[in-house]
Design a protein around this ligand. Sequence first.
Ligand code: FEO
Length: 386
Amino acid sequence: MKPVISDSILYIGADDHDIDLFENQYPVPDGVSYNSYLILDEKVAVMDTVDRRRTETWFDALTKALNGRDPDYLIISHMEPDHAYNIGLLAEKYPQMKLVGNAKTFAMLPRFFDASLTGRAVTVADGDSLPLGRHTLTFYTAPMVHWPEVMVSYESEEKLLFSADAFGRFGALDVDMPWLDEARRYYLNIVGKYGVQVQALLKKAAGLDVKKILPLHGPVLEGDLSPYLEKYDLWSRYVPEEKGVALAYCSIHGNTEKAALLLRDFLAGAGETVEVFDLCRCDMSAAVAAAFRYDRLVLACPTYDGGLFPPMEDFLSHLKSKNFQGRAAALVENGSWAPISAKLMGEKLSAMKDVTVLTDPVTVASAVKPETEAALKALAENLSRR
Ligand code: FEO
C-alpha cells in the first residue's frame, strides 16, 4: 500500500520486487521500497529521488503529483545512489529548481554529477529552516546515519520527520509484513556500525513533536512511535533486545553441525530461545541481526587449513565491522589432528568491545562421541546460568 500522508504531502516513491540483493549483498525476498515525497505548498519541494532501477516509475508519479506545477526545491537527505541517482535528471528537467543540502552534500554531489549543479545549491546547516508556505522544513544533520552528508528534515505544520535511512526496513510497501524483523536486519547490517551517531540523532529528534516518521525505505510510521524509538535506542547502544542465544555454525562433513544441533536441543530443553544459522547456507545478514538481538552467542566451527572454515571467518568479519559488542559468547570447535578454531574465534571475539568468551570451549575431535555430548550439555547448562 502506498502511504497516504495528507492532501499536500504525497508519496511518490516506488517498490522494487526485481532486485535480489540490496547494496548487492543483502537478500530482499520481499523487495524494497525507495521512498520519495512531494510537498505541495506555495513552494513545491521534492524530498529525495529514487534508485536508477525505478527512474521511470518515479518520474511518472512525480509528474502526476505535480499536476502541472514545477518543483522549486529538491531536498537531498542522502547522496547514496538508491536515493540520489535521479538528481541529475531531475535538475535537467527543471532548470529553475534549487538543490537543498548541507556542505557535505555539496562536496559529494560533483563526485556523482556534473559540477555545474552546485551553482544551484542552497546550503543549509544544522537547525536551518526553509519556509514553503504553510509548511516549513527544518534540517538536522545526521552524519554517518548512514553516510557523512545525511540530514533529516522536520516539517512543523504536520509534525513529520523525514528520517532518511533511519527507521527504514527491507520489504516493499505492497507486502503486508511487520516492521520489526526486517527493520532490525536493515539497521544492524547497514547502520549498525554507527551507534554513537544514531544516539546523537535520537537526541535531536527527542526535542521534536513528531507525529509521523517518513523514512527512505519501508512504511511511514505513525501512531505510537515509542516502540520504534525504543528499538533504535537499544540497537544503537548495542544492548540486547532479549534473552536468548544466536547459534551460528559451519560444518564440512556434518559433525560440527551435529554438535551444534545437539547444543541447540540442550539449550531449548533448558527453556532458552535459540536461533540457529548454518553459515554455509543462511543469509549472513540474518545471522548478524540475530547476534545483536540476543544476549548470548554461540559459534561452532571446524579447523580448516590451520585456520577457521571460511564462512565463520566471514561471519566474524561482519560482526566486527558492525561493532558487535557487549555479549557473552561460547565456542565449539572441531579438528581431526590439530584443532585451533576455538582459539582463533576466541581471539577475534575478545578483540571486540566487552565480549566475554566463556572459557573451556567444547572440542569435537572429529565425530560427536558420548563425552562430546556430555561436554555440550555442560556448556548449555553454563550458558543457561548466565
Ligand atoms: Fe538507502 Fe544509505 O541509502
